[in-house]
Design a protein around this ligand. Structure first.
Ligand SMILES: N[C@@H](CCC(=O)N[C@@H](CS)C(=O)NCC(=O)O)C(=O)O
Length: 251
């Protein structure tokens, strides 16, 4: 598993990956969608090789794995023709079926469908908060209001479900699929003028949920420090994303 811990760039040679049947996980260290997959790999203790890709200067060879050039991607090297899966939720569902311990998607088909719908409903949260999170100077003035309105759905759902996690008494797929953005929301306290934080009354249940999820082993294994997230976002805003700062002191 000792592959280079650095983002591969345009002009790089295709990494010489071992033909050992181990999954190949393509990622960008700060990508929340990639973290979704990383969370499942960690929660299920699945061996994998990690390959980091620079998303501004994409390596030419990356198209062989992900035709649209997006991360995450997961190559199944033990399967005939070694197909590569893309789309975080599709990868998550595949991993949950292939590696059922611990089971993260509900086994009941209706609950599974409802959970997938709930995960889809997180998209408006992401799109509303994105300009603020990425410190875009042209962020619409009502971005934070829209964000909070979209997030209300999740506060209400937790109250309705009456359980500490969306999945019940233990962590499950909805919790993992929305977590990466909660890890990033505190960037707003550091990077916005108003030092934005989630309202403790309006999001009482969600904030309790956040504290619980933060203690999960897979979450801790995949976590990056908020200072690092904030630093990365600043570098991205000025058009020079510093992907490798994720490995500060580790390279
Ligand atoms: N719907 C996709 C979204 C993945 C995505 O947007 N990834 C971003 C990085 S966070 C990306 O690869 N961007 C590069 C590009 O679009 O060219 C998923 O769930 O996997």
């Amino acid at each position: 598993m000792a592959l280079p811990q650095k983002h591969f760039k345009r002009g790089s040679t295709k990494p010489d990956l071992p033909e050992d049947g181990v999954l190949r996980y393509f990622s960008m260290a700060f990508c929340p969608f990639s973290q979704r997959v990383h969370l499942l790999l960690a929660a299920k203790n699945i061996p994998h090789h990690k390959i980091y890709v620079d998303l501004i200067e994409k390596p030419e060879w990356y198209k062989d794995y992900s035709p649209l050039g997006k991360v995450p991607a997961l190559q199944l090297t033990a399967v005939e023709d070694q197909p590569t899966l893309v789309e975080s939720l599709i990868i998550a569902e595949y991993l949950d079926q292939q590696y059922p311990q611990p089971r993260l998607f509900p086994t009941d088909p209706l609950q599974k469908a409802l959970d997938k719908i709930l995960i889809e409903r997180f998209a408006p949260v992401v799109s509303a908060v994105y300009p603020v999170l990425t410190c875009n100077a042209n962020a619409p003035p009502d971005a934070l209001q829209k964000f909070e309105k979209a997030l209300d759905v999740f506060e209400t759902e937790l109250i309705k479900r009456g359980t500490p996690f969306f999945a019940g008494q233990t962590i499950g797929i909805v919790d993992y699929m929305i977590w990466p953005w909660f890890e990033r929301f505190p960037i707003m306290k550091l990077n916005t003028k108003q030092k934005y934080e989630l309202d403790v009354k309006r999001f009482e249940k969600l904030l309790k949920w956040r504290d619980l999820v933060a203690q999960d082993g897979a979450v801790q294994k995949t976590a990056l420090d908020v200072q690092l997230h904030a630093e990365f976002q600043k570098s991205k805003t000025v058009g020079n994303p510093q992907y490798d700062i994720a490995f500060k002191g580790k390279l």
